[in-house]
Design a protein around this ligand. Structure first.
Ligand SMILES: *Cc1c(COP(=O)(O)O)cnc(C)c1O
Length: 396
């Protein structure tokens, strides 16, 4: 990096500002970081340049990425990139203010119409991200006196939404409909809301949506699903009342959405804090999502290719057939997961270790995600490297 110009350097602080409070803040952070490091749980941002064909350049090495959620390769698709570039020139780089204040960019109406149609719902609402969609929607549906039931492996932002809502929060055992039924029956929540993922982000398995919907119907509970990893890849039969998802994964862009009855969508426009008090998405992002959804609808072979790559890999490592484009390999300790990730990186594969608290303690893993952009030959080489270097070492 170049030296900053002399006048751009931060001014030396006045002695009075290096107070005890500042020193104790630095000490507090350093101690927390040290504890994380001792547990092999420290996380670091690594400069990495993504490119076409799932390439990722890092530290001068050319890697193939098997850890992003760009399942159809659309973040690098030439038509998606030019749609974004054109929108930047036509509408500008940023939104200027929140959708309600500055007026709604015309691209939203088109995107929301497409989403509602693809999901078979009356209406859709696009948020700044999937995280914002979840933390903003759950508190509109439930509050004090109500009860929210989450699958224990649901995403952190569903838990955050449930906690923000002020409702009583219960978790049910992963994909265990009997446990859910028992909890719904013994709850005295005024309204009951059940939250689950369609395709689980760290395990790649699917929720038994039909049985969960039946349990909800029996208990007069609402069902909200998070389709972050299903959308565009694995389309399950989903009767959930509220269908949330993201434009940041298979759609290759950014943003979250909620689809449901029109009245609910209008209520969210009036009540969802993560829509009202945050700036709208940049127009290039909206245009990219619109184009990505068009490709998703017209080229189903992309999803088929991602799935066939996942199947090829699973067969190669002797794992059972995958239910989605995500294949986990649980190695146990955070340290073992880091070591396995480093081994694969040395062979040219980028597969980040997934550690607690993202997954439960003792279940640190490599999470392989497959894309239409992967070449089957590379997938087979990865499978062989995992069998030879990771599985062989784990069992020795
Ligand atoms: C990634 C993810 C989100 C958050 O979506 P963003 O658009 O990245 O904010 C929500 N839920 C699940 C299950 C996810 O995997």
């Amino acid at each position: 990096m170049n030296e900053p110009a002399a006048d751009a350097r931060p001014k030396a602080k006045a002695a009075s500002m290096t107070s005890d409070a500042e020193a104790s803040l630095a000490r507090f952070a350093a101690q927390k970081l040290e504890a994380l490091g001792a547990d092999k749980l420290l996380r670091q941002l690594r400069p990495t340049q993504r490119g076409g064909d799932a390439s990722a350049a890092r530290d001068g090495a050319a890697l193939i990425s098997f850890c992003d959620n760009d399942y159809l390769g659309l973040s690098q698709h030439p038509d998606v990139k030019s749609a974004a570039a054109r929108a930047a020139l036509e509408y500008g780089a940023g939104a200027g203010a929140s959708r309600l204040v500055t007026g709604d960019c015309p691209l939203y109406a088109r995107l929301e119409r497409d989403l509602a149609q693809m999901k078979g719902c009356e209406a859709a609402l696009v948020f700044g991200s999937g995280y914002l969609a979840n933390i903003s929607t759950v508190p509109v549906l439930a509050g004090r006196g109500d009860a929210v039931f989450l699958d224990e492996r649901a995403h952190a932002c569903m838990f955050a939404g449930a906690q923000l809502s002020g409702a009583a929060v219960e978790t049910f055992a992963h994909n265990d409909v009997d446990d859910l039924r028992r909890r719904l029956a013994s709850s005295n929540g005024a309204r009951k809301l059940v939250l689950t993922e369609t395709v689980f982000s760290m395990d790649g398995d699917c929720a038994p949506l039909g049985d969960i919907a039946a349990a909800c119907a029996q208990a007069n509970a609402w069902l909200m699903t998070d389709d972050a990893h299903g959308f565009g890849v694995v389309e399950l039969d989903n009767q959930a009342h509220v269908q949330m998802g993201t434009l940041s994964k298979a759609a290759g862009a950014y943003g979250g959405y909620v689809c449901g009855p029109r009245a609910l969508i209008e209520l969210l426009v009036n009540r969802a804090r993560g829509l009202i008090y945050t700036t709208g998405l940049p127009p290039p992002v909206l245009a990219a999502a619109i184009e990505a959804l068009r490709i998703m609808r017209t080229q189903p072979e992309l999803a088929a290719r991602a799935m066939s790559n996942a199947r090829l890999f699973s067969a190669r490592i002797g794992a059972s057939a995958p239910e989605s484009a995500i294949v986990p390999l649980i190695v146990g300790s955070a340290e073992a997961a880091l070591a396995a990730s480093q081994t694969l990186e040395a062979e040219g594969f980028l597969v980040t270790a997934i550690r607690p608290p993202t997954v439960a303690s003792g279940t640190a893993r490599l999470r392989f995600s497959f894309s239409a952009a992967h070449m089957p030959d590379d997938v087979a080489r990865l499978g062989d490297a995992v069998a030879r270097r990771v599985q062989a070492e784990a069992s020795s």
